[in-house]
Design a protein around this ligand. Structure first.
Ligand SMILES: NC(=O)c1ccc[n+]([C@@H]2O[C@H](COP(=O)([O-])OP(=O)(O)OC[C@H]3O[C@@H](n4cnc5c(N)ncnc54)[C@H](OP(=O)(O)O)[C@@H]3O)[C@@H](O)[C@H]2O)c1
Length: 331
């Protein structure tokens, strides 16, 4: 019997298996206009850790007892909706569930044959890619010749930002944890320089890799790395506040940047954004990125774990940086 994963406790620190419970999904005959979708993959995202708390954000907290919120892709396996014939691939907020009944609202059909893999609708050609594209273009306003620094550069959003910034003619410095990820960012993604924040002193490394300063910082991690970047801003620099994963598992007050006064002398801007504000422009991002994918200038790496009962382990893996590529869970 297909199952869904319900949040039953608010995690303290790392999410635990016992914070969730598997329950059978509703299994009934379809009404007119409905379709049954077998969810094939869900996207495992750092923001899930925030959605599990009581914290107010761009979306309300997942209530205790509710199915855990998640983006996903799946196939229609039974249908009484002429717009969703059997075999149609759909993407949207499926939740962490193996199956669901839908009237189609909130789910977007897509042609999986045009993608390298259906998971790409969650990665480069989905919310991850849109985050990178609109964050860098609209908030970062990155221009050719500028120095762009990206944290979590080997991750899903970060790796896309690195490649887009290179394609747009920027000089790119990627920050990642460990030699394997740093080699990937430099050799595979084409960054001009890399910083291993786990081994190097971040301020010194930024001084060496960005001798003339930083024009755009695409921030995925917050914390001490953000603080170090603030010290090296060029005039009119832009900081894209995309995420702060270094702070998500903490239960206390997040680490705030003590060097924020540097924004004054640099006449710099630090701006948060949420990808959901740009989803209606998804086609624009796909049209811009598709040629880069076709010519091998934009690669996507998927890191898949198996099984709905491994959701909590999969999220722990992501939050501790053990993922290498876009983290998804195969249902
Ligand atoms: N604003 C938006 O609309 C939006 C949308 C999507 C994602 N995001 C944000 O984008 C960021 C990246 O998300 P993603 O899905 O692409 O995940 P990801 O980068 O694929 O995975 C997270 C990575 O973060 C790094 N990390 C974990 N703890 C860290 C720490 N304490 N210090 C530095 N790095 C750490 C790890 O890489 P290392 O091994 O290199 O440490 C890990 O692999 C997250 O902050 C997420 O919340 C924002």
């Amino acid at each position: 019997m297909p199952k869904a994963l319900h949040l039953i406790a608010r995690p303290e620190g790392e999410p635990k298996d016992s914070d969730f419970e598997l329950r059978p999904v509703e299994s009934r005959a379809l009404n007119d206009g409905e379709a049954r979708v077998a969810v094939r993959y869900v996207s495992v995202d750092p923001a899930m850790r925030i959605w599990m708390t009581e914290q107010k954000s761009y979306w309300p907290p997942v209530k205790l007892g509710e199915v855990m919120r998640a983006g996903g892709v799946g196939e229609v396996i039974e249908s009484r909706n002429p717009r969703l014939p059997v075999g149609t691939w759909v993407g949207g907020m499926t939740g962490v569930a193996e199956e669901l009944i839908t009237d189609g609202r909130g789910l977007r059909p897509f042609d999986a044959r045009t993608l390298p893999d259906p998971t790409w609708a969650l990665h480069v050609f989905g919310a991850t890619g849109f985050t990178a594209y609109f964050g860098l273009k609209e908030i970062g306003q990155a221009k050719a010749g500028e120095t762009v620094v990206v944290s979590a550069a080997a991750g899903a959003v970060g790796s896309t930002v690195v490649q887009l910034a290179k394609a747009w003619g920027c000089r790119v410095v990627g920050i990642a944890g460990g030699p394997e990820k740093c080699a990937y960012v430099k050799d595979e993604l084409g960054a001009d320089a890399v910083v291993d924040y786990k081994r190097e002193q971040i301020g010194k490394a930024l001084h060496e890799t960005c001798p003339e300063g930083i024009d755009v910082y695409f921030d995925n991690v917050g914390g001490e790395i953000l603080d170090a970047v603030l010290k090296r801003l060029k005039l009119r620099a832009r900081i894209v506040v995309c995420g702060g994963i270094s702070q998500y598992n903490g239960s206390g007050t997040p680490f705030g940047p003590s060097n924020y006064l540097a924004l004054i002398s640099a006449r710099a801007r630090m701006e948060g954004f949420v990808v959901i504000d740009y989803l209606h422009r998804g086609e624009e991002a796909i049209t811009a990125m598709a040629p880069l994918v076709a010519t091998g200038k934009l690669k996507g790496k998927i890191d898949a774990m198996e099984g709905i009962d491994n959701f909590a382990a999969c999220l722990r893996r992501l939050l501790s940086g053990r993922n290498f590529g876009k983290q998804v869970l195969r249902m």
